[in-house]
Ligand binder design. Structure first.
Ligand SMILES: NC(=O)C1=CN([C@@H]2O[C@H](COP(=O)(O)OP(=O)(O)OC[C@H]3O[C@@H](n4cnc5c(N)ncnc54)[C@H](O)[C@@H]3O)[C@@H](O)[C@H]2O)[C@@H](O)CC1
Ligand SMILES: [K+]
Length: 211
């Protein structure tokens, strides 16, 4: 059977329906998203000696922080590079950040050498990206791509428009993309083929009423 393919707007509506109408707590979905990434990288043969999670300020960054915490608690050497305006953290991101801080997960804000890491997990932007990535964030994306280290993208490679597959300013080039709930149109069209790597769809408990 062909997988169901959805736009960013449809996916946002399904997230909202699952959380607000069904009553599934957002934190449960985020935990399932993080666990699905952990299971995929564990099965994927990646070198987990030194893992860097690049996290943004939205819920995609929240996924990244949850992944960081789960890896940290497994004894893996993991560091978070938290980028963006910290005054604009989403509610879920704030919650995940507070948990990470209590567990003393290493969190930094300055871009150093991405070649120091054996695996980079991209949790900068997901389906909420609306405009070109600029400034320090764009610099980070370009340096990650230039590092030639393996990259796993959370939901979608950051910088790719989840509906059109267009690169918004600059975009991560991933080896593997783990996308949640349904395949996004933007992972299949436009510039996607040069950015997504192997695409894996993971069920995290989001169900759309019409499917
Ligand atoms: N709703 C939920 O509870 C769930 C969300 N999930 C994750 O959350 C993601 C969507 O989260 P969000 O809607 O918070 O969106 P994103 O995390 O994609 O981030 C968007 C944030 O960045 C800002 N932004 C957009 N374009 C920007 C740019 N070019 N430069 C700087 N800032 C920019 C937006 O204003 C917004 O605050 C999904 O892709 C998925 O990874 C999953 O955890 C599943 C559950
Ligand atoms: K991402």
């Amino acid at each position: 059977m062909e997988p169901t393919v959805v736009t960013a707007q449809q996916m946002q509506a399904y997230d909202k329906y699952t959380i607000e109408t069904i009553g599934m707590p957002s934190a449960v979905l985020m935990e399932r998203a993080a666990l699905s990434v952990i299971a995929t990288i564990a099965a994927g043969g990646f070198d987990l000696s030194r893992v860097l999670i690049v996290a943004g300020t939205g819920n995609n960054g929240g996924d990244g922080l949850a992944i960081a915490r789960l890896l940290h608690l497994k004894g893996i050497d993991v560091k978070v590079l938290l980028l963006g305006d910290e005054r604009k953290l989403s509610k879920a991101n704030k919650e995940q950040l507070a948990i990470c801080r209590k567990y003393q997960v290493k969190i930094g804000h300055s871009i150093k050498d991405f070649r120091d890491y054996t695996l980079i997990i991209d949790a900068l932007f997901g389906i909420g990206l609306r405009r070109d990535i600029t400034g320090k964030l764009s610099e980070a994306v370009k340096k990650i791509n230039a590092s030639n280290q393996p990259v796993v993208a959370v939901d979608i490679p950051s910088g790719l428009d989840a509906t059109t597959g267009k690169i918004l300013g600059s975009a991560i080039r991933a080896n593997t993309t783990i996308t949640f709930g349904y395949l996004k149109v933007g992972l299949t069209v436009g510039d996607a083929s040069k950015r997504v790597g192997k695409v894996i769809v993971k069920d995290i408990g989001i169900y759309a009423p019409e499917f």
